[in-house]
Every structure is written in structure tokens, then in C-alpha cells.
Design a protein around this ligand. Structure first.
Ligand code: FAD
Ligand code: UDP
Length: 374
């Protein structure tokens, strides 16, 4: 078999690049994935009860990029959806990211009012303050609040999720969920927030439905690399694995997903409930909240963080911290030296970057423009 491009991975990065190269450059692409489905970690399917579920945990689409939105809109209609999350703190359910409503849910009204006034005076209304930044304050009252939020929202959750304390990770990790001086209870404030109307897998089927694209599932690229002739390669798997771990293993964090089906129509009031302080799991998501599906019963997914072990689970999260970035850079240098640009590394695992879906798409579109597309 002869193709112009071999693309390893049928997730957002691989699928978008395949589509662009096939449709805009008219070149032939073979996409291989070792899983038995397309869509990468965004893959969804109907479970045995007929509920649309996400195999690898809840995926909520949000972006500020008009370019990414317009691109994906060619392949899906959308269902507007604002994700909301409540965290269990001291027996109460409070909005996360922590905001002014969370303040009133946790403290007596007079005291909440005082803290609200001070928060607005210190930071300004509508401002987002990363918790590690907030903890740097010299003001005694603000420091009390920052410590309270740190202890009750971030510390336990982060320890479970990463096996590390918040300050042992790049500040951008906890910075994803900053304290929000606002009454806006949505998890994201992006311009575009929606779910693909018929699910992610249908969207991926449409992205990959081009005569110049062939998809081979259940296949590690190493099984076919000797039999397929290709000019160039795009690799969206783990970069350390590509090089046989010669510089050492990059750390990843994994998860175990437990799916539960209940005969009740709804189980919780919001898409996700977070449990920073109790249990071994971090959060529970109810899929029907995300999809708007109307059907009997409801399916939930419970996320249990785990150490990554290549034999038993999957590398879901790169672990953002400086020492890991240094190791990643060694692999990046190796790629430049040994492969001279013949293999393009991209995606959450290929770039070793904590990308959201829209960032993976944006990165793919940028690569496409670099390889001669527009
Ligand atoms: P992937 O989706 O990981 O695709 C890589 C593919 O490469 C995989 O299918 C893999 O099987 C394949 N592969 C790897 N090595 C090989 C090999 N040797 N041979 C063949 N195939 C190979 N983003 C959001 O925007 N919103 C969310 O709400 C959100 N929630 C998330 C929840 C969880 C639990 C996780 C883990 C991620 C979440 N994300 C979310 C992030 C999102 O999953 C990623 O941004 C996106 O999937 C990245 O796409 P990708 O193509 O880079 O990688
Ligand atoms: N986080 C936390 N408590 C929460 C929510 C998030 O400590 O209630 C921290 C935690 O470290 C988490 C990070 O913020 O890993 C990013 O959260 P996000 O919801 O963006 O994680 P993802 O959806 O990518 O798993």
C-alpha cells in the first residue's frame, strides 16, 4: 500500500489533519489507531440502556476560537449547553469554579457580604484569580478565604487527581478553575459552548468520510510501518513511546471509569458533582445533562484517578511540571536531530501538553498551514 501520509491516531488531532490534507491538498492519507474506534478520547457510544455515554470520561466542548468553531461546524450541528459543576464542601453543594454564589452558600450572609465587598475591591468584579495567586495576598481576611478555598476545593481534589499537591504542578493546572469574582455559575465562560448534536463519534465519522482517507483500526502503527509506503508521518501517540523510552518515561496520570445506570429519570441537578474532600473518586457526571437526551433511566460516570501503568491503563493526562517539560524537550530535540522533520508530533500525547479538544483542533489547523495548506 502506498499513501502520501501515515497518521497515527484517530483523535481530534489525527482526524482534523487527515481531513485537511485529504480535502485541501488532494493527497492520500492512512489513519491508524490501535483502539477499535475513531474519536480518540472523545469517543462516545450508546450504552446497553440506550444512553449516549463518553467512554473516556465527560467531554464538554468549549472554545473562544471562531476558526475552530467554524471548522467543526462543517461536520456537526450543535446543542447549546452550559456546563455547571457543584462541589461537595462541608455537607453543602457549592458552585465551582468558586464564585460569589459559593461564598454565600458557605458563609453566614453578613460575613459573605463583607468578603464579597473586599473581593470586588481587591480584584475587581468579573476578574478570575488563580488560587495559587490568591494565596499570595498579605491581607489577613483575603488570606483566610484563599486558604479556605485552597483547603476545601483544591487540595484534596488535586491530591487525588494527580497524586501531587497544587503547588507541585504547573500553576496553569489549578489556574484552569480560577476563583471567579462573579455570579456566573457556568464552568466555562467561552464564547462557544455546545455539544455535537449527534455526538462526537458521528462528527468524527463525517470528518473522516473522504475518499482520500482510509482508516485502519485495531492496529498499532508499528505493525504496518514496514508494509505501508508513505512520504510523511504525523504521530499523535506518546512521544516517549515512539522513541522506545530511550530518554526515560514521561509521567502520565490515568483514570478508572465506573459507569452506573439508574432507573430514575435524573440523578443530580447539574452535569457534574465534584468531591474534593471525600471518597477515592473526584467527580460524578450525568450524561443526559450533557446530551439533553430524553430516555428512561440515566447513566453516570464516576472517575477514580490512578497511577499510569502501560500494561493496565491509558495515559490520559500529561503531568504539567517543569521536570517533565525538561524530559519532553529531550524527546523533541531527538525528533529534530534523528528525524529531521519527517515525523510531525502533535496532540495531547505527541506534544505532551494538557490540551482541551479545541486546542488540539487549533494545533492541527496550525500544523496544516505549516505543511502547505491554508
Ligand atoms: P487522543 O484523543 O488521545 O488521540 C490519540 C489517539 O492515538 C488515540 O486514539 C490512541 O489510541 C492513538 N494511538 C496512540 N499511539 C498509537 C499507536 N502506537 N498506534 C496507533 N494508534 C495510536 N477536552 C475538552 O475540551 N473538554 C472536556 O470536557 C474534556 N474532558 C476530558 C476528560 C477526560 C477524562 C480526558 C482524559 C480528557 C478530556 N479532554 C477534554 C481532553 C480531550 O480528550 C483531548 O484534548 C483530545 O482528546 C486530544 O485529542 P488528540 O487527538 O490529541 O489525542
Ligand atoms: N480542581 C480542583 N478542584 C475542583 C476542580 C478542579 O482542585 O473542584 C483542580 C484539579 O487539580 C484539576 C484541575 O483543577 O485537575 C483542572 O480541573 P479541570 O476540571 O479543568 O480538569 P479536567 O476536566 O481536565 O480533568
Amino acid at each position: 500500500m502506498k499513501v502520501d501520509w501515515l497518521i497515527v491516531g484517530a483523535g481530534f488531532t489525527g482526524a482534523v489533519l487527515a481531513e485537511r490534507i485529504a480535502s485541501q491538498l488532494g493527497q492520500k492519507v492512512l489513519v491508524v489507531d490501535r483502539r477499535n474506534h475513531i474519536g480518540g478520547n472523545a469517543y462516545d457510544f450508546y450504552d446497553e440502556h440506550g444512553v449516549l455515554v463518553h467512554k473516556y470520561g465527560p467531554h464538554i466542548f468549549h472554545t473562544n476560537s471562531c476558526k475552530v468553531w467554524d471548522y467543526l461546524s462543517q461536520f456537526t450541528e450543535w446543542r447549546p449547553y452550559y456546563h455547571r459543576v457543584l462541589a461537595s464542601v462541608e455537607g453543602k453543594l457549592v458552585p465551582v469554579p468558586f464564585n460569589l454564589n459559593s461564598l454565600y452558600a458557605l458563609f453566614p450572609p453578613k460575613y459573605a457580604e463583607r468578603l464579597e465587598e473586599k473581593l470586588i475591591r481587591t480584584y475587581g468584579f468579573g476578574v478570575k484569580v488563580p488560587i495559587l495567586k490568591m494565596k499570595e495576598t498579605d491581607d489577613v481576611e483575603m488570606r483566610f478565604l484563599a486558604d479556605y478555598i485552597y483547603r476545601n476545593i483544591f487540595y484534596g481534589y488535586t491530591l487525588k487527581q494527580w497524586g501531587l499537591k497544587p503547588e507541585e504542578l504547573d500553576p496553569s493546572v489549578t489556574g484552569r478553575v480560577p476563583v471567579y469574582i462573579s455570579r456566573d455559575d457556568r464552568y466555562f465562560q467561552d464564547t462557544y459552548q455546545a455539544m455535537p448534536k449527534h455526538g462526537y463519534t458521528v462528527m468524527f465519522q463525517r470528518i473522516l468520510a473522504h475518499k482520500n482517507i482510509k482508516v485502519l483500526l485495531n492496529t498499532d502503527y508499528r505493525e504496518i510501518a514496514g508494509e505501508v509506503y508513505f512520504n510523511r508521518m504525523i504521530y499523535t501517540g506518546p512521544i516517549d513511546e515512539f522513541f522506545g523510552f530511550t530518554k526515560g518515561s514521561l509521567p502520565y496520570r490515568s483514570l478508572r471509569f465506573e459507569f452506573l445506570h439508574l432507573s430514575e429519570e435524573w440523578h443530580q441537578n447539574v452535569g457534574t458533582l465534584n468531591y474534593p474532600n471525600e471518597y477515592d473518586f473526584t467527580r460524578i457526571t450525568e450524561f443526559k445533562r450533557l446530551s439533553g437526551q430524553v430516555c428512561p433511566g440515566t447513566t453516570l460516570v464516576v472517575e477514580y484517578p490512578e497511577a499510569y501503568d502501560p500494561v493496565v491503563n491509558e495515559p490520559y493526562y500529561p503531568v504539567p511540571r517543569e521536570e517533565n517539560q525538561s524530559l519532553y524537550r529531550l524527546y523533541k530535540e531527538l525528533a529534530q536531530k534523528e528525524l529531521e522533520g519527517r515525523v510531525i508530533f502533535a496532540g495531547r500525547l505527541g506534544d505532551y501538553r494538557y490540551y482541551n479538544m479545541d486546542q488540539a483542533v487549533a494545533r492541527a489547523l496550525t500544523i496544516f498551514s505549516e505543511i502547505g495548506g491554508r
